[in-house]
Write a protein of this length. Structure first.
Ligand code: FAD
Ligand code: SF4
Ligand code: FES
Lengths: 882, 131
């Protein structure tokens, strides 16, 4: 069937009803395939929710991450694509199929040539008495979750004001996937939580009895009380008219009659939002949902349905992955293809309340002749089951509760021979390695959320030149949704890179077999203070340009001796060695520190005079300071003598260390500012100056939410709020720009500084060589959550140690340039020639452009030699001899 | 570990130099950190290694054209003593001047200068340079 002909001349118009996850994927797929504007489709997305599509799957993280921005899906620039229009807060109330238009609640009409219904589903609320009382909630949207959070906080506050110490108590109706998510959210809010499930076990759709038992034990151990086999009869209010008691139906398990509760969350399943289809007389499926064929088209060739609202051949799907597949299929057809829905992989892996649960393939062993292999460890709370074909060779499915480490490796093997002893996959050791992922066939689906096969991941490395996990994620989308496939994706990438001859072993270089983080620990534990001893005892050879600077940085982090003391001087890159940045002609640039970008007129004049007297090219940097270029090595001490005399100190622009703390002018001048961002920026810059780290570190501070300092583009970004400061981490510009993520909210200045201290020291200790904070956060086990727990809740018990390390740093700081100028021994290294210490490099030559010098090009040199037009370097001031 | 002094005379495998220029005292050289020396109109990078051995190669980095080789990090690759250019990090064998990242490319190769130690002075051979 071909795509519908336009009803009117001009571009064809696609209207998408609903701005959820699946709608987002449809638009993304259309844009990616070049199907929008320029003769393609004109797309209008009508979204009832007041925000751009977000990651509903990660909704619960809103309780810990607490920033709706963090739920953003994909690249927000999608909605700025010409030809794409997203209308938020616009609900569609009617579809007129004759006129091919939709009407919205606001009375607008939108004509369409093709219509896609992507309205998702609505939470199912059982028709019990009292279901609409204040204090009853559902769990589907950011607004639902925000309302729930606010209600709980209110109850809690009232309790405290009344002097009552009774904890807030909540009941979740439904013990499936959603119910446990909601229970996790309530627990995170400090609510004493009950889960009421009608079926005899938790997650009846995903796990069998054994799994359900293990799950109940694990969840119970976390303080959540589970009442399986219990039905909710009605809810009644207290004197204040709010919900106060949940009554259980008669005959409930364990004789439960009622629970006294302050809040109730319904998470008892969902119903497709097929009301628009029903009203315009499109057929619906036997259990609801807009009836569509395998191409996702309804009976009306101009209307499709995708996502949770679609009933493909009668069946609806409550997971995002099948919805994404449908979106891709419709995108393909809109562009003239003929893709069909291949059936869905209903595998799930979740971390509910911190408990791993995974089920995949034929989890219940319903295939004829299926065998199961079960491993259970009630003490550890682990239950694992594999379902195999009758000859015990082919994997059909499985259930993992308590430890789902093997999931990523097993799921792609469904329908294939497992090879070896299946039990190896179930035992604790088996979870880690499992059979080599290298053997995975190219067509095995590795990421089911985004439908990415092992082959496409290998191609991304082999053909598209991706050289790390981040690049592969960006290129294939693998691992960008639920993340459960990441361990496997990482393994495939590593294997493929190794095959391509790229070194991916964690060994630093040929001289050390360990990673930077491990070497850090070796040095810390052994107390070794020199490279020679370290390479002698823990390495081989005499080092190289990779390991020597790493060791220098580690030694500098562990005791703040001068970076140029003794043997340490030989470990440094030339930039660190002469404390300036080498430029293309072998001269250096000089950057004095200007904390927070605040500089007095006298300071500016002093810098200007130095630049003028030494003939340096000057340029303002992106970090709010001034870079002076063209300084010959032998002139660096003279230049710095002048700068130090004017009150400046090293800006460490050369080091893998703190660069700058960028700030906006803040509340002292700006009429919008709510905090003094400059004062904070200066304090932070003075605190962290000279801190050696795996890579450069940049900070930013903005005085209000307008964010003029672009703090979210920094490793550590601070944004003022009315109550204090919000702290963001893991941002950077450069080749792979990243926005920093919210770490904590509304901190007072003292807590803020302590939190940044810990974050930085923890990063310095555990990151890899040249790994900035964003990839570090991505790679570290447990990610941002883990780091938040370490720095805010001291989950590893190392906070005191981190604090002490930073205190040592702050105390031990000295200006490297001042110290160098005072030490004749150190000054010797600035000689241009050992036998002619003040002679300039005779090969340097410059031309003047826009009033300033720059290195001459090869062509200019050749011409210059003929005409004498090239200026040879030389300061205007005589260099003082010392 | 202490560095052993090198044999009194030590040349690279080159044609005999026609003269020697003393550039500095051996004791002035820090192990594993190079210095540049002006020998006539040539810029030469001189290195004293951890084991005491002396090497001299051209100071000009053939990749960037800048005179910076003496400022590179000294180390080893396998058995070869090396220096890494501070500009784009190519690694050169100090004994032969061969770029170990592009051993077959004659355009990225450092000239090797004869070097010897006499009466505590480091001397660079002039008049003949290999290759
Ligand atoms: C807490 C939670 C956890 C989950 N965890 C997982 C998980 O781990 N794994 C997994 O695979 N799935 C999970 N899901 C399910 C997953 O979120 C859904 O499958 C997915 O969001 C479906 O996408 P959709 O676009 O079809 O619907 P939705 O994302 O619900 O989007 C539909 C949108 O359409 C809007 N809409 C409806 N009617 C109209 C109208 N008339 N006019 C305009 N707009 C309208 C709605 O407001 C909504 O914004 C979870 C869901 C929740 C709530
Ligand atoms: S971020 Fe706020 S305080 Fe700072 S300059 Fe911008 S508007 Fe003013
Ligand atoms: S399987 Fe969910 S992101 Fe890959």
């Amino acid at each position: 069937m071909s795509t519908p002909a336009p009803s009117t001349p001009g571009p064809r118009h696609l209207v998408v009803v609903g701005g959820g996850m699946v709608a987002h994927r449809l638009v993304e797929a259309l844009v990616d395939r070049g199907g929008v504007a320029d003769g393609g489709w004109q797309v209008t997305v009508l979204a009832e929710e007041p925000r751009a599509p977000y990651d509903r799957v990660a909704l619960t993280s809103y309780f810990s991450g607490r920033d709706p921005q963090d739920l953003a899906l994909g690249d927000p620039a999608l909605w700025d694509t010409p030809g794409v229009q997203l209308r938020r807060g616009e609900q569609v109330t009617e579809v007129d199929r004759q006129a091919r238009l939709v009407r919205t609640a606001g009375g607008r009409e939108h004509r369409y040539d093709a219509l896609v219904l992507a309205t998702g589903s609505a939470p199912f609320v059982p028709p019990v008495e009292g279901k609409d009382l204040p204090g009853c909630f559902v769990y589907r949207t950011i607004d639902d979750v925000a309302a729930l959070r606010q209600y709980v906080t209110e109850v809690d506050t009232r309790r405290q004001e009344d002097g009552s110490h009774r904890p807030v108590t909540g009941a979740v109706v439904g013990g499936g996937l959603l119910g446990l998510e909601a229970a996790g959210a309530l627990t995170a809010l400090g609510v004493q939580t009950h889960v009421v499930e009608f079926a005899p076990r938790l997650m009846p759709l995903q796990v069998d009895e054994g799994g359900g038992e293990a799950l109940q034990r694990l969840v119970g151990a976390l303080g959540v009380q589970v009442h399986a086999g219990t039905a909710t009869a009605k809810l009644t209010a207290g004197r204040d008219g709010r919900v106060a008691r949940m009554h259980a139906a008669e005959g409930s398990a364990a004789g439960l009659t009622h629970l006294d509760v302050d809040v109730v969350v319904f998470a008892a399943g969902v119903r497709p939002r097929d009301e628009l289809a029903r009203a315009c007389e499109l057929p619906v499926g036997p259990r609801g949902g807009v009836a569509v064929d395998p191409t996702c088209r309804t009976e009306d060739p101009a209307v499709w349905a995708i996502g949770e609202v679609a009933a493909v051949e009668g069946r609806t799907y409550g997971l995002v992955a099948p919805g994404y597949t449908m979106a891709e299929i419709v995108a393909d057809q809109l562009l003239g293809g003929a893709a069909e829905f291949p059936g869905a992989d209903l595998s799930t892996k979740l971390k509910l309340l911190g408990v791993d649960v995974a089920s995949f393939g034929d989890a219940f062993g319903t295939s004829p002749g299926a065998l199961s292999v079960v491993y259970g460890d009630p003490v550890a709370g682990v239950y694992k089951k594999l379902v195999l074909s009758d000859d015990a060779r082919t994997l059909l499915g499985g259930i993992l509760v308590g430890d789902a480490g093997a999931y990523a490796g097993l799921r792609p093997l469904v329908g294939r021979e497992l090879g070896g002893d299946p039990a190896a996959w179930l035992l604790p050791e088996g979870a880690e390695g499992g059979p080599a992922s290298a053997e995975l066939p190219d067509d095995a689906a590795v990421c089911s959320c985004n439908n990415v096969t092992a082959g496409s991941i290998r191609d991304a490395v082999r053909c598209d030149g991706c050289t790390d996990l981040g690049a592969v994620k960006a290129c294939t989308k693998a691992g960008t949704s639920c993340g459960s496939c990441l361990p496997l994706v990482k393994k495939l990438v590593t294997t493929e890179l190794a095959a391509a001859g790229v070194t991916v072993s964690s060994a630093l270089c040929e001289h050390f077999d360990v990673s930077r983080a491990q070497l850090f620990d070796v040095v810390r534990v052994t107390g070794i203070t020199s490279f020679s001893e370290l390479v002698d005892r823990h390495g081989r050879g005499r080092g190289c340009d990779i390991c020597k600077p790493v060791v220098a940085s580690i030694l500098a982090s562990l005791d703040s001796g001068h970076v140029l003391d003794g043997e340490r001087a030989t470990l440094q890159d030339t930039n660190d060695h002469v404390m300036a940045n080498i430029q293309k002609d072998g001269t250096y640039s000089v950057v004095p520190r200007i904390p927070g970008g605040e500089v007095t007129p006298e300071g500016l004049i002093a810098i200007g005079e130095v630049a003028r007297d030494f003939g340096l090219y000057t340029k303002i940097t992106g970090g709010q300071r001034i870079d002076l270029f063209g300084a010959r090595m032998e002139l660096l001490p003279a230049i710095w003598e002048r700068l130090v005399a004017a009150g400046f100190e090293s800006g460490h622009a050369y080091g893998k260390s703190l660069r700058t703390v960028k700030s906006c002018v803040g509340s002292t001048w700006c009429r919008y500012g709510v905090q003094d961002s400059v004062a904070l920026a200066i304090a932070l810059e003075l605190r962290y100056r000279g801190l050696r780290s795996p890579h450069k570190i940049k900070l930013g501070v903005s005085g209000c939410a307008r964010e003029c300092a672009e703090a979210r583009g920094k490793d550590v970004g601070v944004i003022a709020t009315d109550n204090g400061w919000n702290l963001y981490v893991g941002g950077n510009g450069g080749f792979t720009p990243r926005h920093a993520k919210l770490l904590a909210e509304d901190l007072d200045t003292e807590t803020l500084v302590r939190t940044i201290d810990r974050f930085l020291v923890y990063y310095v200790r555990t990151a890899d060589r040249l790994q900035r904070t964003a990839p570090w956060l991505e790679e570290i086990e447990g990610g941002l959550e883990h780091v938040r727990a370490v720095v805010l809740d001291d989950s590893l018990g190392i906070a005191a140690d981190l604090d002490a390390a930073m205190a040592d740093h702050v105390e031990g700081y000295t200006d490297e340039w001042r110290a160098t100028l005072e030490d004749p021994e150190k000054l010797r290294r600035f000689a241009s020639f050992v036998n002619a210490p003040d002679s300039p490099d005779p090969s340097l030559s410059y031309v003047v452009e826009r009033g300033q010098p720059r290195p001459s090009t090869a062509a200019e040199r050749t011409a210059g030699e003929a005409t004498g037009a090239v200026l040879v370097a030389g300061p205007r001031l005589e260099v003082f001899s010392r | 570990m202490t560095a052993t002094l090198p044999p009194e005379t030590q040349h690279s495998e080159t044609t005999a130099p026609t003269g020697w220029t003393a550039v500095c005292r051996y004791a002035d050289l820090q192990p594993e950190r190079g210095v540049a020396a002006l020998v006539g109109d040539q810029q030469v990078a001189v290195f004293r290694l951890f084991d005491g051995a002396l090497h001299a190669v051209g100071h000009r980095d053939p990749v960037s054209g800048a005179h910076v080789i003496a400022r590179g990090i000294v180390g080893t690759r396998g058995d070869a003593p090396t220096v890494a250019s501070p500009m784009y990090k190519q690694v050169f064998d100090l004994r032969t001047g061969v770029c170990l990242d592009a051993p077959d490319d004659p355009t990225v190769r450092l000239p090797v200068h004869p070097v010897q130690l006499r009466d505590g002075w480091v001397e660079i051979g002039t008049g003949a340079v290999a290759p």
